[in-house]
Ligand binder design. Sequence first.
Ligand SMILES: [Zn+2]
Length: 69
Amino acid sequence: MPPDASIPQTAQRPACPICGKPAEADYSPFCSKRCADIDLNRWLGGVYAIPAGGADEDEDGEAPQQSGR
Ligand SMILES: [Zn+2]
């Protein structure tokens, strides 16, 4: 991919609305996929909020209950 001359590397990038770091072009306007996901979750209503620093997922949601026997 050829470099875009219309976008100088010294151009000021918009700060990531999530953490405030300089946004990356790949994840614009966010700095990383993580921040993009966070914002996406906010858009969804925050129902599926990602627990920060915790992989405690409950996989006991749709377990077929065998009440017979
Ligand atoms: Zn960020």
